[in-house]
Ligand binder design. Structure first.
Ligand SMILES: NC(=O)c1ccc[n+]([C@@H]2O[C@H](COP(=O)([O-])OP(=O)(O)OC[C@H]3O[C@@H](n4cnc5c(N)ncnc54)[C@H](O)[C@@H]3O)[C@@H](O)[C@H]2O)c1
Length: 382
């Protein structure tokens, strides 16, 4: 297959490029270095230094003999994106290239406006480029479990059948985002659903939970192939942050009661999910939605797991319940349906002590690079 990966320099995009390339697919990647620039501006760069994208693909080629083409540019520039679609004519496009941070979108009006413009325009441009060059191209879009929020009913896989005054219909599951970033993801889904209905595109929307981890079969081939790893409150996901905090002997930052539950997955499983979605595509005229998680945990459960393993490894891990900077329910019902990807063939890597120990072992090699000041600044929702 010919796969276009948008956001190829990112935490998920880079290992996805390698995953597809390793399996013999033709890969083209695009990135504009937004994440590198934003983290530099915030003083919280990747813990693990990563070469730039052209250097990374050169290293990949030297090690495996496999070639990945990359373009540095902004996909909100329609002509730039369209030209790549015209030249490459992908069978599938994987859209990771968004502003991915809830706290970043809540910093101020400008960051909110940027998030809105970047995320919605990028999705719109993909839709138009696909329609203009090859309407059969499968769009795989990264959504988030945060689109649903934390309703007091079971969360279904994308859709809800409703019976109202004796009549029935199927609707997108009600969404109640908890940040402006999550709101853009809801709007993306609405936009994709509109164009699927109107133009008959084929789309898979992956409602992904927070990802943790650093290791994939391909990135493990050489330290220079590792993915970007942020541990600050803005760009780091919670379990990755807790591991770094434990190693730095910085009390784990538990927001409020810590009873917030989310559905998590290992980086290796994100690779599998993207691959399963691409190789078993949605039908023409279908918006297919999967809830992309393998295990739900509360924040307290994660903190306890990190403490148990960290203490065994000789760290002095302490927990600190701090005033919640976010506006969110701290104690709520959470029951999610997530069978779609398992039915496609997903084989989950669950969060065992062994996996946590592996993560501790990799991160501890970069212990001296941890900048404690970058860990928590307290970006408030209001
Ligand atoms: N990491 C997670 O836990 C997680 C969970 C749920 C959903 N997601 C979603 O998955 C996607 C990827 O997440 P990630 O963690 O890899 O984030 P990331 O920031 O590491 O990756 C996104 C990449 O896209 C690039 N990018 C952003 N805007 C661009 C533009 N206009 N043009 C070109 N490149 C652009 C960035 O520079 C970055 O390298 C995002 O859409 C995110 O919302 C991530």
């Amino acid at each position: 297959m010919k796969i276009l990966i948008l956001g190829a320099d990112g935490y998920l995009g880079w290992p996805t490029c390698l995953y597809f390339s390793q399996r013999g697919h033709e890969v083209v990647g695009i990135d504009n270095y937004f994440r590198r620039n934003a983290t530099k501006e915030l003083g919280s760069e990747s813990l693990i230094p990563v070469p730039d994208l052209p250097q990374r693909v050169k290293i990949w080629e030297e090690i495996t003999g496999k070639k990945i083409d990359v373009h540095i540019g902004d996909i909100t520039d329609y002509e730039f994106l369209l030209n790549i679609f015209r030249e490459f004519s992908p069978d599938a496009v994987i859209h990771y290239a968004e502003q991915p941070s809830a706290p970043y979108s809540m910093i101020d009006r400008d960051k909110a406006a940027f998030t809105l413009q970047n995320n919605l325009t990028s999705t719109l441009n993909i839709v138009y480029a696909v329609k203009e060059t090859n309407p059969d191209c499968h769009i795989i879009k990264l959504g988030t479990m945060g689109e649903y929020g934390t309703p007091n009913i079971d969360i279904e896989e994308g859709w809800l059948e409703i019976e109202h005054k004796g009549r029935k219909d199927k609707f997108l599951f009600p969404r109640q985002a908890g940040s402006l970033y999550h709101t853009t993801k809801v709007q993306d889904t609405d936009m994709l659903w509109f164009y699927v209905r109107t133009w008959g595109l084929r789309v898979t929307d992956l409602m992904q939970g927070p990802v943790y981890g650093l290791s994939t079969e391909e990135t493990d081939l050489d330290p220079q192939l590792m993915t970007i790893f942020n541990y600050d409150e803005v760009f780091g996901t919670v379990l990755n942050r807790f591991i770094v905090q434990a190693i730095a002997e910085y009390p784990l930052t538990i927001y409020g009661k810590g009873k917030q539950v989310r559905g998590f997955l290992n980086l290796k499983d994100t690779m599998q999910c993207a691959y399963l979605a691409a190789t078993q595509p949605a039908k023409q005229g279908e918006l297919r939605i999967f809830n992309q998680l393998t295990e739900p945990f509360s924040v307290n459960q994660l903190a306890d797991k990190v403490k148990t393993v960290g203490d065994k490894l000789g760290y002095k891990v302490t927990l600190n319940s701090i005033e919640n900077p976010r506006v969110e329910k701290e104690d709520h019902y959470y029951n999610v349906q997530y069978t779609g990807l398992l039915e496609l063939g997903l084989e989950p890597h669950l969060l065992t002590d062994e996996i946590l120990t592996g993560l501790f072992n990799i991160v501890s090699q970069y212990k001296d690079q941890i900048n404690k000041k970058a860990i928590f600044k307290g970006i408030k929702w209001k």
